[in-house]
Design a protein around this ligand. Structure first.
Ligand code: COA
Length: 260
């Protein structure tokens, strides 16, 4: 598929996906969502990409939300399809099977905040602004925001953001645990690539398994999750990477993981 609204590049084992509609602050229209889905499926199937970064083009926005000109046309029937389509693409990000990092370089509003929430790690520029302003349009977040924001921060803070539609800056997002680090604007992408490369240098079997356990928290009880952890820990100890990692430590050298 040829992309009109996305850029994709790779640096070694790191993929960088840029939502590229800067004149509309990277708002997610239908075409962009289709391209996003196509790109995510390619990344999922590409054994040479270990970590994916998602960011926005231009100086102002990560993603300023779903495209309001398309939103305005929805009715009872089409709105459900619209919501479920975005949800399924964001679920694909969460369940990609490899780490996805949001580099939030500006406005992350509505569907843009939800896009960042679907990623596993969020780094932000000092200029980033977050919010779920849907209530200003007479709607609610429809791409998973009511669920992911509430689970990530806490119900009171999530309710305050969703019910007021207020925007918060990067410092407040950091205090709430919505992002894990803030960087000077021009350093954001390089710092995010450094993080991605660090993760990509580890044994990818263990990275994938760890992610699976972390994500299971949403669906399993604590005792089920603890049991899953033991099962997956055992699987790790049956990999070549485990032999390589432990031998390398004992031989005082760097591991050379084969990701098997
Ligand atoms: N959907 C469609 N177009 C959008 C958009 C969105 N979510 N967000 C921004 N745009 C467009 C604007 O319409 C404008 O297009 P135009 O130049 O053709 O008129 C362009 O992007 C630039 O936006 P503008 O509003 O002029 O920039 P600003 O710096 O004055 O304000 C925002 C920035 C983010 C505060 C403002 O654009 C905004 O409130 N956007 C909507 C955010 C939102 O409600 N998102 C949730 C949707 S569910």
């Amino acid at each position: 598929m040829e992309y009109k609204n996305l850029l994709f590049e790779r640096k070694n084992h790191v993929g960088i996906l840029t939502i590229n509609r800067p004149d509309k602050l990277n708002a997610l229209n239908n075409q962009t969502l289709d391209e996003l889905q196509d790109c995510l499926l390619n990344v999922q199937n590409d054994e040479n990409i270990f970590v994916l970064i998602i960011t926005g083009a231009g100086e102002k926005a990560f993603v300023a939300g779903a495209d309001i000109s398309e939103l305005a046309e929805l009715d009872l029937e089409t709105a459900k399809i619209f919501s479920e389509k975005g949800q399924s693409i964001f679920n694909l990000i969460e369940k990609l099977g490899k780490p996805v990092i949001a580099a939030v370089n500006g406005f992350a509003l509505g569907g843009g905040c939800e896009l960042a929430l679907a990623c596993h790690i969020r780094f932000a520029s000092e200029k980033a602004k977050f919010g779920q302003p849907e209530v200003n349009l007479g709607i609610i977040p429809g791409y998973g925001g009511t669920q992911r924001l509430t689970r990530l921060i806490n119900p009171g803070r999530s309710a305050e953001l969703i019910l007021t539609g207020d925007l918060i800056d990067a410092d407040d997002a950091l205090k709430m645990g919505l992002v894990s680090k803030i960087f000077i604007h021009d350093e954001l992408l390089n710092k995010t690539i450094l993080l991605a490369e660090k993760i990509a240098s580890k044994g990818q079997k263990a990275v994938g398994y760890a992610l699976k356990c972390i994500l299971s928290c949403d669906e399993l009880t604590k005792s089920e999750g603890i049991k899953l952890e033991a099962d997956i820990f055992a699987k790790c100890c049956n990999t070549d990477d485990f032999n390589e990692g432990t031998n390398a430590f004992l031989e005082k050298r760097k591991p050379n993981f084969k990701n098997t």
